[in-house]
Design a protein around this ligand. Structure first.
Ligand SMILES: Nc1ncnc2c1ncn2[C@@H]1O[C@H](COP(=O)(O)OP(=O)(O)OP(=O)(O)O)[C@@H](O)[C@H]1O
Length: 379
């Protein structure tokens, strides 16, 4: 009897040691892949798209591709000759129009694992309105539900290794440089002030007056997503397609305690659906629309500046987090202590060619950035 208990004890200890080693190796692999990665996704042509497709060379479904080639707009020379140049872009992965959310999630599941292991992670969707950001992030089989499911499954598996996890979720939007609680009361949107507080020591950000939901069952997530989308519909007006004019940030805080080894880890996974990146010419926009556009342009270019400053990798160099609400909110999840993935979504239509090229150029800038080694928030 005693021998059986002893050998069970040894086996459990081996399991725990293996888990500690797995975490270390997992992180080494993630660092080799780079702490900032960019994926591109081309959405399929939809039945409602009645415009001509653009000439895009995208990967076939089977290939593990990194390249996308776009035939640029026609240019006529002084001699009257018409030419079109091909613009090629390369990223960490390019997904063609037939790719499915499940397949895309396989690539990001490793980052979800990093958040469980105590790292801060940001996953962004960037692109013009209608390019597939919400489909990728929040649809029924999008990154948010798949990430939460993976966290449940993994946390359950880690129980036998002594780990117990709690998962807290909040969901906010940044609209016109104001924070709103998507789980709160829509009548308070743009009125109630929420403050962002960073505790650098604990590597933890809190937002005052925002609801936090203990995500202890998949049903909780479902009701959380329903509440947020209802709130956005209430807050929208005919003239204001609010969801595409604001950034939404789904924040999952993952707290793990190991009662046997005494290890503790806290990580945050931020899933960010950015506002539509299309450039409205100022002459077309006026009033509320102009204000929205200016705020979106400012915050997206600020995000690019923050990533650019981090990419210079100089310790102690100024990083302009405070220049926009979004970058300030994500301060502790961007930079040396964290891992970032940017999805650039593109439309397959010729009519969107110029926005597509602008998006791909922004994404290339991000892709050329290398962020320093992440440190784990573990005590
Ligand atoms: N990969 C895809 N497969 C099938 N349908 C897609 C795909 N991507 C996008 N769609 C469809 O295209 C339409 C526009 O996509 P979506 O709403 O996700 O765009 P968006 O970039 O989030 O726009 P907005 O900025 O307005 O929120 C939707 O009807 C969506 O269901």
């Amino acid at each position: 009897m005693q021998a059986a208990i002893d050998s069970e004890g040894i086996a459990n200890e081996k399991l725990r040691a293996e888990e500690t080693l797995r975490r270390k190796l997992h992180n080494q692999v993630q660092e080799l892949k780079g702490n900032i990665r960019v994926f591109c996704r081309v959405r399929p042509t939809l039945a409602v798209d009645d415009q001509e497709p653009a000439k895009i060379g995208f990967p076939d479904a089977e290939a593990d591709s990194k390249e996308v080639a776009i035939q640029g707009p026609e240019q006529t020379s002084a001699m009257g000759r018409t030419t079109t140049s091909t613009n090629s872009f390369s990223f960490d992965r390019v997904f063609g129009p037939s790719s499915q959310n499940g397949e895309i999630f396989e690539e990001i599941s490793q980052l979800v694992q990093s958040a469980l292991d105590g790292y801060n992670v940001c996953i962004f969707c960037y692109g013009q309105t209608g390019s597939g950001k919400t489909h990728t992030m929040s649809s029924a089989d999008g990154m948010i539900p798949l990430a939460v499911k993976q966290i449940y499954d993994t946390a359950r598996g880690l129980e036998e290794k002594g780990w117990k996890y709690t998962m807290e979720g909040s969901f906010v939007e940044v609209y016109n440089e104001n924070l709103n609680d998507l789980l709160g009361n829509a009548s308070e949107f743009d009125k109630k002030k929420h403050e962002i507080r960073h505790d650098v020591e604990k590597n933890k950000t809190t937002i005052t007056g925002v609801q936090t939901v203990m995500l202890d069952s998949p049903e909780r997530l479902q009701s959380m997503l329903e509440r947020s989308s209802k709130n956005r519909i209430v807050a929208a007006t005919n003239a204001n397609q609010r969801s595409s004019r604001s950034h939404s940030v789904f924040i999952l805080r993952l707290i793990g305690n190991n009662s046997i080894t005494g290890e503790h880890s806290e990580g945050t996974l931020n899933l960010v659906d950015l506002a539509g990146s299309e450039r409205l010419s100022h002459s077309q926009a006026e009033g509320q629309r102009l204000k929205e556009t200016q705020n979106i342009n400012k915050s997206l270019s600020c995000l690019g500046d923050v990533i650019g400053a981090l990419g210079q990798g100089k310790d102690g160099a100024h990083v302009p987090y405070r220049n926009s609400k979004l970058t300030y909110l994500l301060q502790l999840s961007l930079g040396g202590n964290s891992k970032t993935l940017m999805f650039v979504m593109i439309s397959p239509l010729q009519a969107h060619l110029s926005e597509t090229l602008t998006s791909l150029k922004f994404a290339t800038k991000v892709h050329n950035t290398h962020i320093g080694t992440a440190k784990q928030a573990k005590r």
